[in-house]
Design a protein around this ligand. Structure first.
Ligand code: ADP
Length: 328
């Protein structure tokens, strides 16, 4: 669905292998200061055509601010920024015409029908009525809303509204689709439907830039991501690379019948490469969690209330890097 054009940057020699398309978003030392407060503190960005790039971090990390800079609705205080080979300071309108934006809060016209929401938006891009109607029908099919095309927006579920916002953002065949927290506030089933649609876009070669504070979302959708905290990056890489670099293969979660797990940590420490103590459990970082579970039971003493072996996730990476869990 995308068709990049314009004088784009080529990836420089010696960089990691990965998506090899041209760089669509390029930033160096990007900063955004509000009054005296630094929301984005000197970040670099390179997003290539066809890539699905994620910005992961807790509330207040600077994700939306970064997205606003990339979406050319806010000027950087400092640093170099180029989008689609153009300078947002001078070419904002031309860049914005080639972006698709899915904001955090839906901005649909609730009085119009589902189809009209897409059609009216398409008309802003100068598409003919016939072309935009055909495009709207194609997009509504894609986001599985064809059967609701003639109903008004207001009674739609949160997941449907979000899918409609995505359809609307795709009407101009954007070169980059920007999604700010695309599944925040949706129930698990609606999130999965949305992930499926976004995954299809990714497979079709659409360049996605998304922010999220859901680690599973980042793991599902992103080829590459940055972990942001306090306006800076704390890590960067593919989900698999980040897990390999900052965690062990598996984790054993050990729970006792108590609100304070600190006293259990010492005995468990020698069974693991690393231990994290949370209020409700101890996490043992190991290569083989089943084997470790047997070893925990063999310690004798108080029997744990539960033992949960699992693979390492980005949650473990985040905990390792920031000392905090990434919760709502
Ligand atoms: P995130 O999207 O990761 O939750 P934001 O980019 O929205 O984070 O915000 C980062 C920080 O910048 C927050 O502390 C927020 O309060 C602050 N901030 C964001 N926008 C503004 C603004 N317009 N004026 C002042 N401070 C802001």
């Amino acid at each position: 669905m995308s068709g990049a054009a314009g004088p784009l940057l080529e990836p420089s020699a010696g960089e990691q292998p990965g998506p090899s398309g041209p760089v669509l978003v390029h930033a160096r030392g990007l900063r955004k200061v509000y009054g005296g407060f630094t929301a984005v503190d000197g970040i670099d960005l390179d997003v290539r055509q066809g890539e699905s790039f994620g910005i992961l971090g807790p509330n207040g990390a600077g994700k939306s601010t970064t997205m606003r800079l990339v979406g050319c609705v806010s000027d950087p205080t400092e640093g170099e920024l180029s989008i689609l080979g153009l300078d947002p300071r001078h070419d904002g309108p031309s860049i914005r015409a080639r972006l698709g934006v899915v904001p955090q809060k839906d901005t649909l016209d609730e009085d119009l029908t589902v189809r009209e929401n897409v059609v009216v938006y398409g008309r802003y891009f100068g598409m003919s009525r016939a072309a935009v109607r055909a495009k709207a029908d194609e997009l509504l099919e894609f986001v599985q809303l064809s059967d609701r095309a003639d109903s008004v927006v207001e009674p739609l579920s949160g997941g449907m509204k979000r899918r409609l916002t995505i359809a609307r953002a795709l009407v101009n065949d954007p070169d980059i689709l920007l999604l700010d927290e695309p599944t925040t506030g949706l129930d698990p089933q609606a999130r999965h439907v949305l992930w499926d649609r976004l995954y299809r876009l990714k497979r079709e070669g659409v360049t996605l830039v998304l922010t999220t504070h859901y680690l599973d979302e980042a793991e599902q959708l992103c080829d590459r991501l940055v972990v942001m905290d306090g306006g800076r990056y704390v890590a960067e890489g593919s989900p698999a690379d980040l897990i390999r670099e900052h965690s062990t293969r598996e984790v054993l979660e050990v729970r006792y019948r108590t609100d304070d797990h600190e006293p259990y940590a010492e005995a468990l420490q020698r069974l693991a490469q690393r231990v994290e103590v949370l209020p409700d459990r101890v996490l043992l970082y190991v290569q083989d969690a089943d084997e470790t579970a047997t070893a925990v039971l063999a310690l004798g003493g108080e029997r744990p209330m539960s033992l949960l072996p699992r693979r390492s996730t980005l949650e473990d990476v985040f905990l390792r890097l920031t000392g905090r869990t990434l919760v709502d």
